[in-house]
Write a protein that binds this ligand. Structure first.
Ligand SMILES: Cc1cc2nc3c(=O)[nH]c(=O)nc-3n(C[C@H](O)[C@H](O)[C@H](O)COP(=O)(O)OP(=O)(O)OC[C@H]3O[C@@H](n4cnc5c(N)ncnc54)[C@H](O)[C@@H]3O)c2cc1C
Ligand SMILES: NC(=O)C1=CN([C@@H]2O[C@H](COP(=O)(O)OP(=O)(O)OC[C@H]3O[C@@H](n4cnc5c(N)ncnc54)[C@H](O)[C@@H]3O)[C@@H](O)[C@H]2O)C=CC1
Length: 499
């Protein structure tokens, strides 16, 4: 490496301008008002949490705003933002080196560099991922000229996309039998499916929140894929600021191919040489006709079907963004490739902490908490990592934060409010559990997971108003055997029982 110019010495250095990094820097700035906190980030804007609302003991909601870093420095005069990517870490010397050729010395470091989309057929220019503002805009631009796309993956992004896209045929290829496997079971999927064939209620195509937008002149002409410079993950309602419309005039037109993966992606020329048949968009769920249209790419599925399309969206999860920090540093990594952190958010290397999507929680968790790469957890981890760094500096001990007692997430899918609590899909419980259900078509879907008469998880779709009561029941592990099915009886006001 070329000789680096000496930058600054920071007692506390945080890497990453996403929710985890910014929250961590803010908390450190509050804990140590007379210290400079260095926040290094590869992106020109930072993500700030605004309008934070504690909905219940563990459920929280907030908005995420993209802001220029100067606003953060104004709010916290002891935060200095350095806009340059970190290219190397020398943990044994307590030094980091940035892309602009500077080096910095830290006493304590927190790595919050997020994650990257885990793309199928990475490098294929017809395969798009969605992570940050750039990639979302690239997607929108391509969609505006598309008649048919193939969406691969069955998690949060795919669920949001298939519902939001209008005026474009969508072939949705999933590995599982039912939609939304990361959040739902087959019953909940069944409840949601009718929404995909209904006319989408027109949402105002404008952003609910004011957002800092990148100057037009800075925006590069893009071909199909976005630039590979890594920005922060998008915030809530990210699609509301974008018109997700193809070239046609219909609302939803989604066909789901279940239990399959993508075997191959053929360019048009290759496909024509194969002399195989591709399929037209299935009417009423059935493949009847060979396709007459020529497409830029053809997707061959493992079930033998081939569909032509304009491009493919790979919404197939994320991989922690650890690469810039690994060379020469012997970090312990989790099975998912994240930096392992203990119950103090400490990695395996001295004075280095990690938070958010980059890390893998490796402590013995509460029986009803698990890690998921979500912004609620990024905020909680960033905040708690700062508290741990402060406690260590002051020689104090600290208990695991209460937010890690119960997994709790509130979001929106297909225009329904969705709350998931604890082991909502009986994760890790094997056969040792029972399910109780209540469902009113088009209105609500309530599922609770019971183990030995105690509630260990719940999925609440619609305005059920049950989240606080169920959160308490999961947290206090009360024996509910005596209540039997009455637990979900809509004629009984369950809150009166337990409050
Ligand atoms: C489309 C989409 C929708 C989502 N929807 C939801 C949702 O509805 N609810 C929910 O809870 N979660 C959602 N998520 C997940 C959520 O956005 C992430 O879990 C969360 O934002 C992660 O925050 P983070 O700070 O760990 O990482 P990021 O937001 O990825 O931030 C990482 C930061 O590190 C910087 N960086 C990267 N490499 C370097 C480097 N070498 N040097 C310096 N800086 C670097 C980046 O520029 C960025 O600022 C969604 C994600 C996506 C992509
Ligand atoms: N409302 C919310 O809470 C939302 C949360 N998110 C979060 O953002 C992150 C990224 O979202 P997603 O990419 O949707 O990740 P995800 O982890 O939610 O889902 C990935 C999906 O891809 C599937 N998959 C993995 N490899 C595959 C392959 N080779 N072929 C076919 N399918 C494959 C998985 O089975 C899974 O269904 C996640 O952490 C997610 O939790 C994203 C959007 C909305």
């Amino acid at each position: 490496m070329a000789a680096a110019h000496s930058g600054a010495r920071g007692r506390f250095v945080v890497v990453g301008g996403g929710i985890a990094g910014v929250t961590c820097a803010e908390k450190l700035a509050m804990e140590f008002p007379s210290e400079d906190i260095l926040l290094m980030t590869a992106s020109p804007v930072i993500k700030a949490v605004t309008n934070f609302r504690q909905v219940s003991k563990t459920l929280e909601e907030f908005d995420v705003e993209e802001q220029p870093s100067s606003l953060l420095e104004k709010r916290y005069p002891n935060i200095k933002v350095i806009q340059s990517g970190v290219k190397q870490l020398r943990s044994n010397e307590h030094k980091i080196f940035t892309e602009d050729g500077k080096e910095y010395i830290y006493e304590k470091l927190c790595l919050c560099a997020g994650a990257k989309p885990k793309l199928i057929f990475e490098g294929n220019p017809y395969v798009l991922g969605i992570r940050d503002t750039d990639s979302a805009q690239a997607f929108q631009k391509n969609l505006a000229q598309a008649e048919r796309i193939v969406v691969v993956g069955n998690g949060g992004i795919a669920l949001e996309l298939v519902y939001e896209i209008q005026g474009c045929e969508v072939i949705w290829a999933i590995k599982d039998k039912a939609i939304g496997n990361t959040f739902f079971d087959a019953g909940a999927a069944e409840f949601l499916i009718p929404k995909l064939s209904a006319e989408k209620q027109e949402a105002p195509i404008q952003c609910k929140r004011s957002k800092y937008t990148i100057e037009e002149s800075e925006e590069k002409e893009r071909s199909i894929a976005a630039s590979d410079k890594l920005g922060s993950a998008l915030g809530p309602d990210w699609h509301e600021g974008l018109s997700l419309k193809g070239t046609k005039e219909f609302s939803h037109k989604v066909h789901i191919e279940v239990v399959c993966e993508v075997k191959k992606i053929h360019l048009q020329q290759e496909f024509l040489q194969l002399q195989q048949t591709s399929l037209a968009f299935p009417e009423e769920g059935k493949n009847v006709e060979p396709d007459e249209v020529l497409w830029p790419v053809y997707v061959e599925l493992t079930n033998g079907k081939i569909y032509g399309c304009n491009f493919v969206v790979s919404a197939t999860g994320v991989v922690p963004n650890v690469t810039p920090f690994l060379a020469g540093n012997n970090f312990a990594l989790g099975e998912d490739g994240g930096l392992k952190v203990d119950k103090n958010m400490h990695t395996s290397l001295p004075d280095i902490y990690a938070a958010g999507d980059i890390c893998t929680a490796s402590w013995e968790p509460s029986p009803v908490w698990h890690q998921m790469r979500l912004w609620t957890q990024a905020r909680q981890m960033g905040w708690y990592a700062a508290k741990c760094m402060a406690a260590d500096t002051l020689g104090e001990s600290i208990d695991l934060d209460f937010s890690f007692e119960l997994f709790a997430h509130v979001t929106k899918f297909f225009n329904y409010k969705v709350v998931v609590l604890g082991k909502y899909n009986a994760q890790g419980l094997g056969l040792d559990h029972e399910l109780m259900l209540r469902c009113t078509k088009g209105q609500e879907y309530v599922k609770v997971v019971m183990q030995n008469g105690r509630m260990v998880g719940a999925v609440l779709i619609g305005d059920t108003d049950l989240e606080e009561t169920f959160e308490n029941l999961i947290l206090n592990q009360m024996d509910l055997s005596a209540y039997g099915e009455d637990l979900l009886n809509p004629d009984i006001d369950i809150e009166d029982y337990f409050d």
